[in-house]
Design a protein around this ligand. Structure first.
Ligand SMILES: Nc1ncnc2c1ncn2[C@@H]1O[C@H](COP(=O)(O)OP(=O)(O)OP(=O)(O)O)[C@@H](O)[C@H]1O
Length: 256
């Protein structure tokens, strides 16, 4: 066991949905969770975020089991973007992003200067300043998705878990967010995200964990994980993979 891994799991299982997941990821990388619908990606992220508790196994952050850590302390270590962003009419975009700072609220519930700066930085980074006072139910699905990512990044946690952060986004923002996450990893964060777009996963992730029916099918660098055989067995498509003639990154062509 590597005590220095930012995040690792031992034998993690949940209710027949996930079985004996072992993973071990160091800081400073982007990890993609890939796999078909229902494979268990969201369930794994929810376990890692502490939203649900494992039926077996443990999760460790820097070698410490998270089972007895309070939600507030865990949030200082781990930020989590759920798959569904609420469209609650009671909150403006800015109020929603501010909620990411809940582990750092002052005694009277306000935001200190550091929190205010973190919120501004996240909103600027996700190009949301013009939506500051818009209500969550008055913006588009993609804008709401960006608000969710901004809230998650405003938290400032060293481990960032995101469930399909680029779903609903146009190509500009898909690349924008993936580059943003890549930069955060270069600064030393650990990013773990569920992602369906395999070519973007191969291009922007350092490692992939391929889930199949609740089990780890493969884990490692994208070119090793996304083999033609794996794509055929797991996704049941005929696939050809090749190196992009310009960038050298992995390209995937499918047919039924
Ligand atoms: N609340 C729940 N109660 C019971 N079963 C659930 C629940 N949520 C998910 N499942 C089941 O657990 C399995 C894994 O679901 P999960 O949402 O983790 O998959 P996923 O890989 O994220 O899928 P997708 O790509 O469709 O988002 C599925 O078979 C799903 O039907």
């Amino acid at each position: 066991m590597n005590q220095t891994a930012a995040l690792h799991t031992e034998d993690l299982s949940f209710d027949g949905i996930l079985e004996r997941i072992q993973c071990e990821w160091a800081s400073g990388q982007v990890v993609g969770l890939v796999g078909p619908n229902g494979a268990g990606k969201s369930t794994l992220l929810r376990l890692l975020a502490g939203v649900i508790r494992p039926t077996r196994g443990r999760i460790y952050i820097r070698g410490q089991s998270i089972s007895k850590v309070s939600p507030k302390d865990r949030a200082r270590d781990v930020a989590y973007l759920p798959q569904q962003i609420p469209d609650n009419a009671s909150f403006t975009v800015e109020q929603y992003v501010e909620m990411g700072r809940f582990p750092y609220r002052t005694l009277f519930g306000g935001l200190d200067r550091e929190s205010r700066e973190a919120v501004n930085r996240a909103m600027t980074g996700l190009n949301l300043l013009s939506f500051r006072t818009a209500r969550l139910d008055q913006i588009s699905g993609g804008e709401r998705q960006r608000a969710g990512v901004a809230r998650c990044l405003a938290q400032g946690s060293p481990i960032i878990l995101l469930d399909e952060p680029i779903a609903n986004l146009d190509v500009h923002y898909q690349l924008d967010i993936l580059l943003h996450l890549q930069r955060l990893a270069e600064e030393g964060r650990l990013i773990v995200m569920a992602i369906h777009h395999l070519e973007l996963a191969a291009r922007y992730c350092d490692r992939l964990l391929l889930l199949h029916s609740g089990r780890v099918y493969a884990e490692g660098p994208p070119q090793d994980v996304l083999s033609e055989r794996a794509l055929e067995e797991v996704f049941q498509v005929k696939a050809k993979t090749y190196a992009d003639p310009f960038g050298g990154h992995l390209r995937v062509s499918y047919s039924p």
